[in-house]
Design a protein around this ligand. Structure first.
Ligand code: SF4
Length: 686
């Protein structure tokens, strides 16, 4: 039945390179995740809150969807609903036809993998280019991603070097920086030439109609900013009630996925380009894809819809670490878009027990996936349900266990024994008797002499049945001990209450600025502090250090008075980019923007778009210089997400350091699609 699955597993296990790549990836990801969670005051409480938020959304999904659609539509986003993959593809094709599109730039979106979007568009003559580095590599190889966060995790630098030599004409190299640069220059022109940008959506906020997209390389920002049309694909379950609920999710998602406190770019998109906006797409379409989710919501597998696609369960899973993402195939040998523990539940739930139910057997049920999950999804329980044959149209009564016949018969006997204390006690007594007899007969290890168990002990010993049942031992031994413990008075730990009383919030400006500086440095940014009159000289200093003579800038209304005049007098050419001039101004190496806020806990800045404030200024150049006022530094992310101007802007972005990737052998490379340098100048009045 599942020969394809088994043969893929065997091939993976025989691939030594894959084994070491998967181990290295998992070990590093688990380590950075632990460090990132260590910086949280109360990670379990945050996790509990995140789970409640997701539970609330899935329980009242229709109402949140209605609210979200109403607000997104009021904001000018064209909202479509697709019941299945075919309808979603049809909508994308209709938009492409209306736009007379030829080239589509795509950022990473799992839902497009789920619906097979690329092949469908290519079959209709459209050129579709993946722009996330890992996705670009697997697309050039004609493969599917092997991990939901690190698509090219199965490849070594030598594989990528050969691929780029063959497909991009790059002389063979094993230097990851050179390979990344080659991809950057090829893809930069794709962003500039694309007619349509397609992205996924990490979260949709119902109360505002905002689309939130997180990326590290900057390709997500490119595809949602540069092409004249943006299409966002989103599963109907990816909603959050409010901006209040977004903050914990933005804290948990990057920590779980890549070990960051916040992703480099968190885009918050409200609307398409307005009449006076200098950049941004003229049309934004949002396709809300059901594709089986409504059925899953009504089934016993509903909890799987809480998933925020962080990939942590893949890294934690000992089975995934052995077999990798490409081994998770359906009955017909077709790959599952979602591998690992999440895939073992979501694939059978969305695409059928018959086709994908066997994936749930690729688990040791050790519970590591649940422990890693930021929204505490009980993945082992869900996998057991899938194994029991429970799915969208199968409940406990009509489920057909997804297991080999011999296992089903054995489990049938076990069920009979385990559902009655008397039968269970009798079965235990019988097993004990059987074990003792066998030991007597074999005068050694009895199980190794029985044909059914021969070979069992090559890596572990078969546990011998206990001679006394647990219930028996419990009543004669443990109960009396427990009884003593129950009588002990419960003592409170005075240190706990004193810790909770410590006031950890100190809002004075110097403390915030220092913390912001530490966090900004940790993510690779630089902070300078200047008096208002010295800002132009600081900027000049940065430009001269890089031998730069021209700078893209925001309108002077949003910058300190006389700043641009002084730079111009010093010989710096000032360029105001717009969508219409972007092809010519994209070569400018430095960009100057304001920053409406900074977040001390993550070292991030908030950059708003809108009239006079082109977002491309913070995206296209090699160096991004952002001006910040000291009074705009906040302690926490949630304070910044509440800013009214954030809701008014057509789009905004939280930036945490320079653009980065670790898609080739997990080697950190700075400056992929966005700027490779972030300089924040804080203007102080004192
Ligand atoms: S199931 Fe949990 S750990 Fe796995 S991808 Fe989803 S949110 Fe992440």
């Amino acid at each position: 039945m599942v020969d394809a699955f088994h043969s893929h597993i065997r091939a993976s296990l025989a691939d030594a390179n894959l084994q070491s790549a998967l181990d290295a990836n998992a070990e590093r990801r688990i380590k950075v995740r632990q460090i990132a969670f260590g910086s949280l005051a109360n990670p379990q409480e945050l996790r509990r809150r995140a789970r409640l938020i997701r539970m609330e959304v899935i329980t009242h999904l229709e109402s949140y969807l209605e609210q979200f659609v109403a607000h997104a539509s009021e904001n000018g986003i064209v909202v479509h609903r697709a019941t299945d993959a075919a309808e979603a593809i049809k909508i994308v094709l209709e938009v492409a036809l209306q736009q007379d599109a030829k080239l589509i730039a795509k950022s990473k979106t799992m839902i497009s993998e789920e619906i097979g979007l690329n092949h469908a568009l290519e079959n209709h003559g459209l050129r579709v280019i993946e722009t996330d580095l890992g996705e670009y590599i697997v697309q050039l190889r004609g493969e599917a991603p092997s991990h939901i966060i690190t698509p090219a995790v199965h490849l070594r630098r030598q594989d990528v070097g050969k691929l780029f030599e063959e497909k991009l004409g790059l002389p063979y190299t094993e230097d990851i920086g050179i390979m990344t640069n080659a991809a950057r220059s090829t893809l930069r022109q794709v962003f500039l030439d694309a007619d349509i940008g397609i992205s996924g959506v990490n979260f949709g906020v119902s109360e505002t109609g905002t689309l939130c997209i997180v990326t590290n390389e900057g390709n997500g920002r490119m595809v949602t900013t540069l092409p004249r049309t943006h299409i966002a694909l989103m599963g109907i379950e990816r909603l959050l009630p409010s901006m209040d609920d977004l903050a914990p999710m933005l804290s948990l998602l990057p920590r779980s996925a890549t070990g960051q406190k916040l992703s480099v770019y968190t885009s918050l998109i409200n609307s398409p380009r307005g009449a006076n906006d200098p950049d941004g797409p003229q049309e934004r379409h949002l396709i809300l894809v059901d594709n089986g989710r409504t059925g899953v919501r009504k089934s016993e597998l509903q909890e799987i819809l809480y998933c925020i696609r962080c990939g942590a369960c893949l890294n934690a899973c000992p089975v995934f670490r052995e077999i990798g993402g490409h081994a998770y195939v359906g009955r017909d040998g077709e790959g599952s878009a979602y591998p690992g523990p999440i895939g073992s539940v979501v694939s059978p739930a969305l695409f059928g027990q018959l086709e994908f139910g066997h994936l749930a057997r690729a688990s040791s049920l050790c519970g590591a996936c649940r422990e890693a999950c930021p929204v505490d999804i009980d993945l082992p329980k869900l996998m057991l349900k899938v194994r029991a044959g429970i799915g969208v149209n199968q409940n406990r009564k009509n489920a057909k266990p997804n297991a080999p016949a011999i296992l089903s018969i054995g489990l049938g006997f076990f069920t009979v024994a385990a559902t009655s204390p008397r039968r269970f006690a009798f079965a235990q007594w019988l097993a004990g008797l059987f074990g003792s007899l066998a030991t007597l007969l074999a005068k050694g290890d009895p199980w190794m002499h029985l044909p059914a168990f021969s070979g069992w002990g090559y890596s572990k010993d078969f546990p011998r049945p206990a001679t006394k049942t647990f219930r028996n031992r419990y009543f004669t031994q443990f109960k009396s001990v427990l009884g003593e413990h129950e009588k002990l008075p419960i003592q409170s730990d005075p240190s706990v209450s004193s810790i909770t009383k410590i006031d950890i919030v100190q809002n004075h400006a110097e403390h915030l600025l220092k913390r912001f500086n530490d966090e900004l440095e940790a993510v690779g940014g630089k902070l300078s502090i200047c008096l208002p009159g010295d800002v132009w000289q600081k900027i000049l200093e940065i430009l001269q250090a890089h031998n730069i003579h021209a700078i893209m800038a925001w309108n002077e209304t949003y910058l300190p008075e006389m700043l641009l005049e002084k730079l111009a007098e010093a010989g710096v050419e000032i360029i105001f980019p717009t969508s219409e001039t972007i092809q010519t101004s994209s070569q400018v190496r430095a960009g100057l923007t304001g920053a409406s806020a900074a977040i001390a806990e993550t070292g991030s800045i908030l950059v708003l778009g809108g009239p006079g404030r082109p977002l491309t200024t913070s995206l296209l150049p090699e160096i991004h210089i952002a001006l910040l006022r000291e009074r705009d530094v906040y302690e926490q992310l949630c304070q910044v997400l509440h800013k009214e101007e954030l809701r008014q802007a057509p789009a905004a972005v939280l930036i945490s350091g320079p653009s980065r990737t670790a898609d080739i052998e997990m080697t950190l490379t700075i400056g992929v699609h966005g700027p490779g340098e972030l300089q924040v100048i804080c203007v102080v009045d004192r």
